[in-house]
Design a protein around this ligand. Structure first.
Ligand code: BMA
Length: 314
């Protein structure tokens, strides 16, 4: 199984790289992980379902980006301090990490009886973690912060959901990481296309010489449920609200047995990718909401894919 040799993303032969068997506390899944390089190590923050169906976030470390060892204790569990306690009561999910200006910003979904919104936390050393703020209202998920400022402002991609404009990618701006606004919709699902049901930000955007590379997820509804795949888009370096190209075809779809079958069938879902000095990127994804996988791609191939085989952004 696995992608053919022509695939733009080459699956690592040792997939899945992390499963519940690797976690020294009881969990049912290991998936949807954000990953960064921190002091020459790869740090992965992964989501796990507990046996009550709610999620927490664990931490694993690696020297090479492929073999990870999980810390004995979870990294982030629902807070007992308000306002976070109120909005995280049903669990914390799908962390993204943005390394910027010496700190690591962590955005994650906070679930409660009030809906799903996104919270921001930060860490300097991955030993302690400090919550900053709840940075969206309800019906938002998938916030990725750009690892740079633009004329002094922070920028993020986010994914509000409404009946009129379902599950699209927007951009928002902030002077202080807490207050966000000046929002615009920039990429929408495309009718009768692999991403016709939803698109949402995935990995923290990667700076390339031709633009910001945005690896996102797209969803197609079938008679057998939804299929989650990964796609790529390129945003202008100076003004990431300008979309230079959205690749028409997906870059990864569920194919390996642990992507096709699991807690939720037919899902590849990314929350993180690590660019390397040799021009490649390590792309991490959850398989079937159950295990973690990794693959590699040439950044220039992904960039060309966005620019030469593009579809309309919205
Ligand atoms: C989305 C989120 C993700 C999950 C995906 C597939 O709506 O819940 O965390 O990976 O569905 O189940």
């Amino acid at each position: 199984m696995g992608g053919s040799d022509e695939s733009i993303v080459k699956r690592y032969k040792g997939n899945p790289i992390l499963t519940k068997q690797d976690v020294p506390y009881p969990v049912v899944t290991v998936h949807n992980a954000g990953v960064v390089k921190h002091e020459e190590k790869y740090v992965m923050l992964f989501r796990s379902h507990l046996q009550n169906g709610r999620s927490i976030i664990g931490l694993a470390e690696s020297e090479n980006g492929f073999n990870f060892k999980v810390r004995p204790e979870p990294f982030l569990t629902p807070s007992n301090v308000d306002p976070f306690a109120t909005y995280e009561a049903y669990g914390v999910e799908d962390p993204r990490i943005c390394a910027m200006e010496g700190e690591n910003l962590i955005t994650y979904s906070a679930y409660s009886r009030h809906g799903v919104r996104v919270a921001l936390a930060r860490t300097w050393d991955f030993e302690t973690v400090e919550r900053v703020a709840l940075i969206t209202q309800a019906d938002y998920r998938n916030v990725v912060i750009f690892p740079a400022r633009f004329n002094g402002r922070y920028a993020r991609l986010d994914r509000p959901h409404s009946e009129i404009a379902p599950w699209s990618m927007w951009i928002s701006w902030s002077p202080d990481l807490v207050h966000w606004g000046d929002s615009r919709v920039i990429i929408k699902p495309m009718s009768y296309h692999w991403d016709e049901m939803k698109v949402g930000p995935g990995a923290t955007p990667i700076k390339t010489d031709k633009g910001w590379l945005n690896i996102f997820h797209g969803v197609f509804k079938t008679m057998d449920g939804a299929v989650y795949r990964l796609g790529a888009a390129l945003h202008d370096l100076q003004d990431p609200s300008i979309v230079l190209g959205v690749a028409d075809t997906w870059i990864l779809q569920p194919e390996d047995p642990w992507e096709v079958t699991g807690y939720v069938h037919n899902v590849v879902f990314t929350c993180g990718a690590v660019p390397e000095d040799d021009g490649t990127v390590k792309l991490y994804w959850g398989g079937a909401d159950t295990v973690m996988c990794v693959g590699t791609a040439k950044i220039s191939d992904l960039v060309d894919f966005c620019l030469t085989k593009s579809r309309k952004a919205k």
